[in-house]
Design a protein around this ligand. Sequence first.
Ligand code: ATP
Ligand code: SF4
Ligand code: MG
Length: 358
Amino acid sequence: MTKDSPALDIRHLSVDYHSESGTVHAVADVSLTLRRGEVLGLAGESGSGKSTLAYALARLLPTVASITAGEIIYAPAVAGSEPVDVLKLTERQLRAFRWADLAVVFQSAMNSLNPVMTVGAQIDDVLRTHQSELSRQERAARAAELLKLVGIAQDRLHSFPHELSGGMRQRAAIAIALALSPEIIIMDEPTTALDVVVQHEILTEILRLRQQLGFSVIFITHDLSLLLEIADSIAIMYAGRIAELATYDDLRTRAAHPYSYGLLSSFPRLRGPRAVASGIPGTPPDLRAAPPGCAFHPRCPLAFAPCMSEVPVLQPPPGTISPLVACHLYDPRFRATPPTTSELASAYATAAQRESQA
Ligand code: ATP
Ligand code: SF4
Ligand code: MG
């Protein structure tokens, strides 16, 4: 099993929520591969389907949601083990899968920790349930080891979540996720509630742990500039679909999709050249009735006729292999040459000017 082999393969996954006011198509035909040891970033504005995708991977969707299409294939690192079809796991198999193979650190650490149990008791709970062969002393030693791993002093084992700072709570949530040494960790906005300095410390910690323990990470955030700090590859979601799938190098050099460009210039960069935070005009669509064609077309400053009727396919620009872009500007049927960065910049500048005059 090589470092670059897939750990998780998501194939044409679609997820709907059913409500009285209609069906929300929260994830639509998403295909992604998480490679072993990789940090895959997932970015996009609020409501783009990031958490729904994460919950689907862990089979933790609420009952109002259903997976309407697709496959999730997990490939364990253990030599000779068969790929696991996650959507076919029984409830019993799922309970083991969720901790031992794939763990989730939820959007708010405060909510994912149990407020009436000490941190030590919460780690002990996981170990007792899933590793019944361990003695009480062995579990206590493992709990102390896990806290040390995430940079928390051992005496904090006896602390309740409200006695810890926001950063420490987040570290404790990561320690619990690591309890059974999973191969995949999904982190849903793990640093959003933290100040910039603590955010940076946690990101550094995650990268160090990844290096030390070799797990793969799906890191979800609405802040694309954070992903440029931590991710090896980055998937940008819009209206439940992947708009662009790029490597860190692709995106650092240039955002190809008009939405990625807008998103990248919406956040001040933590490092490198500072872009003016301009933002994207308009708001994300209602996913009960997303616009036809490219769902971004009502907000896209470069939209043209095919965008209103045809859904763009996620594919590399002609003659290249990366990034993958779902945009008709890169389709040779419609345009001879892909757009340049200055074309994207000036289209956004014109749209912003028009908006300020309206
Ligand atoms: P955020 O950045 O705000 O966390 P997100 O990208 O994680 O957003 P999701 O929470 O996955 O987005 O939501 C995707 C879509 O599904 C949204 O339109 C949201 O309103 C809808 N949705 C989420 N949960 C439910 C639910 N339980 N019932 C109905 N619709 C839901
Ligand atoms: Fe804009 Fe059209 Fe590309 Fe969608 S397909 S991002 S609307 S140019
Ligand atoms: Mg979310």
